[in-house]
Design a protein around this ligand. Structure first.
Ligand SMILES: O=C(O)CCC(=O)C(=O)O
Ligand SMILES: [Fe+2]
Length: 338
């Protein structure tokens, strides 16, 4: 196993509490206003990329017609109240989620995921082109970005700040300090569609501008974050290497609803897709070791979730019940050192 964290920090004990000590870094947040982050219509690939390079995020005004946004919201609302209080630590108890939006909502898939600007930005950030010797010929090949996750998040009154994190932790993406953004270093790209108006008061996503340029272990401070406040129908593009999190909802009765899509590199998948068409009963008949080896349980943290949980919950419920404290989505991540 290759460990990328051994050298990254040291754990010291201070007054009986374990603390991670990380070397001081020169990484700084980029100061910016909401206006600096924003692109009006007509929004072009060039305008969005210029903001992403500089800040790591970009708000596109009026991204989808309100009629389409309402159809996406209606699909999410069919499921949202079935969700229970969140039990883990990654989200506040009051947050309701609808995972798997792309298997539940055609309009989400066709109009939001396949939005031409999403495809163009994803291609620029995540697309891969290469050439290979195949026998005596040099062949060029292109791998298109693909859907990684698409989840609706509804933050209810009383919710606290979600912790700041980078979503590319999924892919164990080790970041190096950059003075200028380097294309090809990203494993994922987010686009956050406002299904309601979002504000600092009702829980707008906050993010740390410039943190896509930071070295791996630079920790953000709360004051470095800005709130990506949006009107319903706007969309916030964000590189997955940027620190961000949902925010506290301090209102009495206002809900903040967003659907968050992540695209990823097309190569971040298994060569054979053995899931399609295989009856669930076949997988249920296999051992836990076999399921893990086939990629049907989590790659820590979160990768390969089935409706928000480790796949073992579906295939081996008894085993999962005994081991559920190992599930980072429903408990404390077992690898937490400090
Ligand atoms: O709800 C939000 O604004 C962000 C959610 C998020 O970042 C996550 O769950 O990874
Ligand atoms: Fe996130």
């Amino acid at each position: 196993m290759i460990s990328n964290t051994k050298e990254a920090f040291t754990v010291v004990e201070k007054e009986g509490v374990k603390v991670a000590e990380v070397k001081k870094s020169d990484d700084v947040a980029v100061e910016c206003t909401l206006q600096d982050l924003t692109v009006e219509q007509p929004a072009t690939l060039e305008k969005v990329l210029a903001k992403l390079e500089k800040y790591g995020g970009c708000i596109v005004k009026n991204y989808l017609p309100l009629e389409t946004v309402d159809r996406i919201l209606a699909d999410a609302e069919k499921y949202i109240d079935q969700d229970k209080d969140f039990e883990g630590t990654f989200l506040p108890r009051q947050t309701r989620t609808v995972p798997g939006m792309c298997k539940k909502s055609v309009v989400t898939t066709e109009e939001f995921v396949c939005h031409p600007l999403n495809l163009a930005v994803s291609d620029a950030v995540l697309g891969k082109e290469n050439c290979f010797w195949i026998g005596d010929e040099v062949v060029t090949g292109y791998s298109a970005p693909q859907h990684n996750s698409c989840i609706t998040f509804k933050i209810g009154p009383g919710a606290a700040d979600q912790v700041l994190h980078r979503d590319d932790m999924l892919h164990h993406n080790i970041r190096k300090h950059m003075d200028v953004y380097e294309y090809g270093t990203e494993t994922a790209l987010g686009s956050v569609l406002a299904l309601s108006n979002t504000s600092k008061a009702n829980g707008a996503t906050r993010f740390v501008p410039g943190s896509h340029l930071w070295s791996h272990m630079r920790k953000p401070t709360p004051s470095e974050a800005v709130y990506a406040e949006m009107s319903k129908g706007d969309c916030f593009f964000m590189l997955a290497s940027c620190y961000h999190g949902g925010s506290a909802n301090t209102t009495e009765d206002d809900y903040r609803t967003q659907v968050i899509l992540f695209m990823t590199q097309g190569i971040l998948r298994q060569e054979e897709n053995i899931m399609v068409g295989t009856p669930v009963e076949y997988f249920k008949s296999l051992s836990v070791t076999a399921l893990k080896t086939l990629g049907l349980s989590l790659s820590y943290p979160f990768l390969g979730m089935v409706d928000g949980y480790d796949g073992l919950r579906t295939f081996k419920p008894e085993h999962y019940e005994k081991r559920k404290n190992d599930d980072p989505y429903t408990s404390v991540y077992p690898g937490v050192l400090v």
